[in-house]
Design a binder for this molecule. Sequence first.
Ligand code: SF4
Length: 358
Amino acid sequence: MQETVVNTKYWHREADGRLQCDVCPRHCRLREGQRGLCYVRQRLDDEIKLVTYGRSSGFCVDPIEKKPLNHFYPGSSVLSFGTAGCNLACKFCQNWDMTKSREMDTLADSASPERLAEVAEGLGCKSIAYTYNDPIIFLEYAVDIAAACRERGIKSVAVTAGYVDPEPREEFFQAMDATNVDLKAFTDRFYHKICGGHLAPVLETLEYIHKETDAWLETTTLLIPGENDSDEELNQMTQWAVEHLGPDVPMHFSAFHPDWKMLDVPGTPAATLSRARKIAMENGVHFAYTGNVHDSDGGSTWCPGCKQLVIERDWYELGKWQLDEKGACRNCGAEIPGHFEASPGQFGARRVPVRLAR
Ligand code: SF4
């Protein structure tokens, strides 16, 4: 059995004897035996340890479009997995059975970094995704997996809220090849009231990834009626994105479905997603997408140069492909930012559960 408890390095001792975890801005201060809010980091033997190294809540092969990443090897498959716990407490969480788990038996499957890389390669996956819950909280495991994957040419994809302190942020994102960061809203009110966090560290993470790493970046905002979908907020968010990240970071606006502690809020109308996409593009975002709906216009990639269709998508399914072998628009020759192969992957919209334990 893979060791599940490992030492960590991002913590320090406070004057009152408690140990403060320095992985994320929550800065949990722990006495012996206590766990942080994320539940997977615990003070044991007078150190803060990660107690879920090598454990997973399950593996699945997904299309890369599901992460969502639309400019990172479109049509390819990605071995996706998560663990348990989370460092935010979003009331609308769509994976709350894992993120809010206090039962380690949620972690039914296990795998060493080498085994994961071997399985991803064996399944023909282009990449591996750290997803379902936030990989920041199990960064020691994620970074080791990423290193094992790099040796085999498998890419690493982080799906994260970006709620992380500067030092671990550097170690984590330098190990990643691509990331989709949840930009949950553009008000501190939303982050505080609905997620139990703050906006500023997330914006810092976005700028850091864009300016200081080679990781391909896309963002996702789940639009919740009445909470983060006003014209004013969407204008501020997308203007900030163009100013600080440039026009070429793709932004996804996806539909909320009532879940967890927000069962009383209605689902997002398709018109709201289209409105957000329109606002983003009016503000200069070159690639704005609608998500979690059938919307071929909003899900497809359009050349910012000649406005012609370059990659057709319906949800996770690819259609027409109008990129040349170098990833440029066949019509006008404009280079489309991202990572593309000469032809699209053929994985389709399947979801294939995988069992790794042996
Ligand atoms: S990573 Fe976990 S233990 Fe560390 S500060 Fe964040 S929530 Fe607390």
